[in-house]
Design a protein around this ligand. Structure first.
Ligand code: UD1
Length: 454
């Protein structure tokens, strides 16, 4: 059997067992869960190993399907991937990197968006790259124009094919001055992974500065890269001709930690999230406290529960150091139980409120404004693509048959079912394996009452 730390191959198979859950709600989640490495760092650090001339070791790699996808793609390009010297570590040996066949790459790309980040490293190693059509969660158009524009500035030639994109760099890659139209996480990573070995200096303006990006910069510095940054979203990269492997322990998964914290809030339980750290979650913790949550910071994690009745909040999602877009869905479930009107403004993606339909079906009072809402104090500048959800609570939730739409929305559906009275049938749960390690085991350990029925 294939585990998420092993490779994956895209095949037309029936949904795997664990895709449909019968959840009986009304029981508070209590206990301890451990979060390990961040999906949003581990997958990128694995790609970075392609740039080194010696072996890299990545520690605290989460067991997620996206990790399996990246592992497979590295393997089809000749990287030898094996278990490292401790559980949860991977050894990545890039000494035999070679070009892969288009069909092979396509078969292993799965539903992930990470393959786009192979462009720069493959151009440096092989002078060419093929990137298949990208998947990822259905939370908007998720275009790759920033990525392609940046790659062209480095000197790459981009050719669009019906099945994907072919890139070449006939004259090598050179440093560039790039200004991102929006501080995109993926596009910033693209620039970092390409600039570190480009000829000359790269100046990146309007860069994303998420903690996972800072951790990727740390990985690249261990490999021999020269990267500095200024407080105003400017990153300077001085290209070097050779990089070596790294030994790195991944930053913890802030998204998973915030999800379990919101589950404690919604179900009126108490969860100790081992591995969670305060520094990277400051913004989340402020909102948690304002919504009536209570937390206690320990050296090895954070304890989360309610501090009294839940209170309504107004939240605007934003790039770091703002409130992450991945945090709003689980929090919204808790806000259905708060006394009064909450507003969640989604300003990062254009289609990340679809998950609220299921909450409404379960009895929540949520009205989505597809073009956003004006008025009130704003910290984040109004964006054209934004939407807003107005949540009026408290409303008791009741069980329903629901289908998971995407990763974070799916998590919120499971938490809503656990908060609701009666039984819910939740389908499409398998998608949660993209971002939640050992999800069903953790639910069980926290005392959730459910059966796997499909
Ligand atoms: C990453 C995270 C995801 C998180 C998101 C925002 C990973 C695997 N995923 O996604 O969990 O929700 O950051 O914090 O790291 N955009 C463009 N053109 C581009 C690229 C992006 O218009 O070429 C837009 C997107 O449509 C979106 C915004 O920029 O509106 C932010 O996207 P981005 O930060 O790139 O998200 P991801 O890197 O895909």
């Amino acid at each position: 059997m294939t585990t998420p730390l092993q490779g994956t191959r895209r095949e037309a198979t029936a949904a795997p067992r664990g895709d449909v859950l019968a959840i009986r709600g009304g029981r508070a989640l209590r206990g301890r869960v451990k979060v390990t490495g961040a999906k949003n760092l581990a997958t990128k650090a694995m790609v970075a190993s392609l740039l080194g001339e010696t072996v890299s070791v990545l520690r605290d790699v989460p067991e997620l399907s996206d990790v399996g996808v990246v592992r497979s793609l590295l393997e089809v390009h000749g990287v030898h991937v094996s278990e490292g010297d401790e559980p949860g570590s991977l050894r990545l040996d890039p000494s035999d990197v070679e070009s892969a066949h288009m069909e092979e790459i396509d078969a292993h790309a799965g539903a992930s968006r990470i393959p786009i980040l192979f462009c720069g490293p493959l151009l440096h190693r092989l002078g060419q790259a093929f990137i298949p059509d990208l998947g990822g969660c259905r939370i908007g158009d998720r275009p790759i124009d920033f990525h392609l524009d940046a790659l062209r500035k480095f000197g790459a030639v981009v050719e669009k094919l019906p099945s994907g994109i072919r890139l070449s760099a006939p004259e090598g890659l050179h440093g560039a001055e790039i200004t991102l139209p929006y501080p995109s996480v993926g596009a910033t990573e693209q620039v970092l992974l390409t600039a570190v070995r480009a000829d000359g200096v790269t100046e990146l303006h309007n860069a994303a500065i998420e903690p996972e990006i800072m951790d990727l910069i740390a990985v690249l510095q261990k490999m021999g890269a020269i990267i500095s940054y200024e407080p105003n979203r400017v990153i300077f990269i001085e290209g070097v001709p050779h990089l070596r492997g790294y030994d790195h322990r991944s930053i913890f998964d802030r998204n998973e930690a915030a999800s379990w914290a919101s589950a404690a809030l919604a179900t009126d339980g108490e969860i100790f999230v081992e591995g969670a750290r305060q520094q990277e979650m400051l913004t989340f913790l402020n909102v948690y406290r304002k919504a009536g949550g209570w937390f206690d910071i320990h050296e090895d994690g954070i304890l989360f529960r309610r501090g009294g009745p839940l209170k309504p909040v107004v939240v605007e999602t934003d790039v770091h150091p703002g409130f992450m877009t991945d945090w709003q869905q689980p929090l919204t479930v808790a806000l259905t139980q708060a006394e009064g009107e909450s507003i969640v403004h989604e300003t990062v993606y254009e289609n990340r409120m679809g998950f609220t339909d299921a909450l409404v079906k379960m009895g929540a009072d949520i009205v989505v404004h597809p073009h956003g809402l004006d008025g009130g104090y704003r910290r984040v500048a109004r964006r054209e693509l934004e939407q807003a959800a107005v949540i009026n609570g408290p409303t008791p939730l009741h069980g329903a048959d629901i289908v998971v739409p995407d990763l974070r929305g799916g998590y919120s559906h499971v938490i809503a079912a656990l908060t609701a009275s009666g039984e819910s049938i939740v389908s499409g749960v398998e998608i949660l394996s993209r971002g939640y390690e050992k999800f069903l085991d953790k639910l069980e350990a926290l005392g959730a009452d459910f059966d796997v029925i499909g």
